[in-house]
Design a protein around this ligand. Structure first.
Ligand code: NDP
Length: 241
């Protein structure tokens, strides 16, 4: 039997890219979304549609999902993975930075849910996988705004799960600790970036690899539809915080 469509946001690097490679290798048709279309297309995956979409642009996101579903059939899962982390102390951080994080990490993720949830409920089948963070449960220095966005992802995911569970739709939260991706590179405050590097060295340089998070996403999705993995928090064993 042919496999159903899976949508992945933020598939142009890191966890999203690793998840795209893994699920494609297992035979799933994919709709990959991100702003860097060249990076999506360079993956060169079979049965895959790549679209340049900023997930804060709800109209563009809905159009891409409609196009993907017209080609591959209804989406059985969405991995709402796109996100960004701009660390900073509230005494110094530009409000533009928390605006961007709230727009992408929270409102963009809600756009992803909006794009599929109604049809999943109507079909009584589907899985929404939201990528949060240990920052969705804990707090860290210089993380105020980012922690706020990820706590929001945790809270809205659990509330959504309660809402759609009676309709046989699953909501799964994946909450990784520090992972070896481009995420840490975009913080604009150099001393905070240096601090992250020093912390990483202090735990022996070993943090999660994106492939390990991708495998966790696959595991949760490939459980039978009657089993909802509500939440997985994972981090490198060395990570104490
Ligand atoms: P990367 O920076 O490697 O990947 C982020 C992805 O999000 C990119 O594909 C990027 O694509 C996409 N993205 C960012 N903004 C937008 C936007 N406006 N519209 C569409 N896509 C966007 O980091 P990770 O792989 O680490 O991050 C993936 C998720 O994992 C994030 O939600 C992050 O918060 C979470 N996470 C990461 C951890 C880590 O330590 N790395 C730990 C815990 C959680 P493009 O720039 O091409 O648009």
């Amino acid at each position: 039997m042919s496999k159903p469509l899976i949508i992945i946001t933020g598939a142009s690097s890191g966890i999203g890219e690793a998840t795209a490679r893994l699920l494609s290798g297992l035979g799933y048709p994919l709709l990959l979304l991100a702003r860097r279309l060249d990076r999506l297309e360079a993956l060169d995956l079979p049965n895959t549609m790549c679209r340049k979409v900023d997930i804060t642009d709800r109209i563009a996101l809905l159009a891409a999902v409609a196009e993907g579903e017209a080609k591959y059939g209804p989406a059985d899962a969405i991995v709402n993975n796109a996100g960004l982390m701009l660390l900073g102390d509230m005494t110094e951080q530009s409000p533009d930075e928390w605006d961007r994080m709230l727009d992408v990490n929270v409102k963009g993720l809600l756009n992803g849910i909006h794009a599929v949830v109604r049809n999943m409920v109507a079909r009584r089948h589907g899985t929404i996988i939201n990528v949060s963070s240990t920052s969705g449960r804990k707090t860290y220095p210089s993380h105020v705004a980012y922690v706020g966005t990820k706590h929001a992802v945790h809270a809205l995911s659990e509330n959504l799960r309660e809402e759609v569970a009676p309709h046989n739709v699953r909501v799964t939260l994946i909450a990784p600790g520090a992972c070896n991706t481009e995420l840490q590179t975009i913080t604009t405050n150099q001393s905070i970036k240096d601090g992250f590097k020093a912390w990483k060295e202090s735990i022996g340089g070993v943090i999660l690899q994106p492939e390990e998070v991708a495998e966790t996403i696959r595991f949760a999705y490939e459980m039978p539809q009657n089993v909802c993995i509500r939440e997985i928090m994972l981090a490198s064993t060395n990570q104490t915080v």
